[in-house]
Design a protein around this ligand. Structure first.
Ligand SMILES: [Zn+2]
Length: 81
């Protein structure tokens, strides 16, 4: 028997970070945070959530910030979601 087992991205939540400046290009209001949940699936049926990836992206310079690069302000908003 072949099992189709793996992970699958769930729904994406995107929120603008209006009052935070991008560390890279110094623009304000260009950052947005994306929360992406990942599910473990068996035969493409999601079984349970295995984690959420969070990242912040700047629409101006296209810089992507991952968790270890978040500033205190970013962290505060991301954790409040
Ligand atoms: Zn930027």
């Amino acid at each position: 028997m072949i099992l189709f087992f793996g992970t699958k991205p769930g729904k994406q939540i995107k929120k603008p970070l209006n009052h935070i400046a991008c560390n890279h290009c110094k623009q304000t209001g260009t950052l947005s945070v994306t929360l992406q949940s990942n599910y473990l699936h068996l035969f493409w049926v999601p079984l349970f959530k295995i984690g959420t990836s969070r990242f912040v992206k700047c629409s101006h310079c296209k810089k992507v910030y991952y968790k270890d690069e978040f500033t205190i302000e970013m962290e505060k908003i991301v954790n409040s979601l």
